[in-house]
Design a protein around this ligand. Structure first.
Ligand SMILES: C[S@@+](CC[C@H](N)C(=O)[O-])C[C@H]1O[C@@H](n2cnc3c(N)ncnc32)[C@H](O)[C@@H]1O
Length: 293
């Protein structure tokens, strides 16, 4: 099956990381995957196109309205609702943002789509307007977009969606820990209404849930508090970050944390030089039994 590309621009979207993440996909993913943080569904669309059933969840209603609309296949109504905003301008952009909470169904889906295309970096919470980002070409892609039948998207917070699928592997892409102080007066959050679901995200609660299960891979930001929180896990330092660049310091801006079964699966499928690979590419708990040969 050809991979459908996400029709929206979304902050933290993993479109550029697909090839990298693919290398970490262990064989057990074929049983099915739960993704508690759907967002733009970049990697989820890829996994589903390989035939794997995917159960994705999120809590942002405008985003969920769009996925629901795209799943329903009723493209004509959605396209008509989108076209009512054309030609787009800055004033309309701010009007849509101000009235988003009052919309529902197809109207909400269309308004969110327009915002995601025209907001800076797809940041519908706090991004400013960018001219020329909603083109005829985008509308044609939206019209042709086919949501894979084996990709399901529902509304649920992670503490409900994760326990729903104890038998499935997890792919997790949570909101990253904000570098700014969480009590800062300015909301810096990228997700939810005015960044609310980002600013208030409970990173400890997620860790507690993950400690209770295996078979998961998770992308996060390379933040000292996150590295410390997950110090008992294998942490890889990739460089997919938006165009494969790294920060000036030379450090990856993003990390991939993986649970034990994933590391075992990797080791079992590794041809040669496993220990060197691990030592060169990740941090891990000292004297971890998986490193003894
Ligand atoms: C980093 S984004 C996911 C990006 C996605 N992987 C992509 O490629 O576009 C994180 C997502 O988590 C969602 N989110 C925030 N808090 C949540 C919670 N408590 N439960 C479930 N989803 C949540 C946000 O709405 C956002 O869509």
């Amino acid at each position: 099956m050809k991979t459908a590309r996400s029709p929206i621009r979304y902050p933290g979207g993993k479109g550029k990381a697909i090839r990298f993440l693919d290398a970490y996909l262990p064989s057990w993913l074929d049983r099915g995957v739960c993704s508690p943080f759907a967002g733009g569904l970049n990697f989820e669309l890829y996994i589903a196109s390989r035939g794997t059933p995917v159960h994705a969840y999120d809590i942002y209603k405008p985003l969920l309205a769009l996925w629901k609309e795209l799943k329903s296949g009723n493209r004509a109504e959605l396209l008509a609702a989108v076209k009512q905003y054309l030609p787009m301008d800055k004033q309309k952009f701010h009007d849509i943002k101000a009235n988003l909470d009052k919309l529902s169904g197809t109207e909400l889906a269309a308004a969110f789509y327009v915002l995601s295309r025209t907001a800076h970096s797809g940041n519908t919470s706090n991004g400013g307007y960018v001219e020329g980002r909603l083109t005829e070409g985008n509308l044609r892609k939206l019209e042709k977009f086919v949501m894979p039948a084996n990709l399901h998207v529902e509304e649920a917070p992670f503490w409900e969606s994760i326990p729903l699928h104890p038998e499935l592997a997890l792919y997790l892409d949570p909101p990253y820990l904000l570098k700014e102080k969480l009590d800062s007066k300015m909301s810096k959050g990228l997700y939810g209404s005015k960044g609310s679901t980002h600013n208030d995200f409970d990173h400890l609660k997620l860790k507690e849930l993950l400690d209770k299960r295996d078979n998961w891979i998770m992308s996060y930001d390379n933040h000292p508090e996150i590295i410390d929180l997950y110090r008992d896990y294998f942490i890889f330092y990739p460089s997919w970050q938006y165009g494969m660049t790294t920060e000036r310091s030379g450090k990856s801006r993003e990390i991939l944390i993986v649970s034990s079964h994933v590391v075992i699966d990797m080791r079992d499928n590794f041809q040669e030089g496993w220990t060197d690979f691990i030592r060169d590419n990740c941090t891990f708990p000292k004297d971890h039994p998986l490193l003894r040969i």
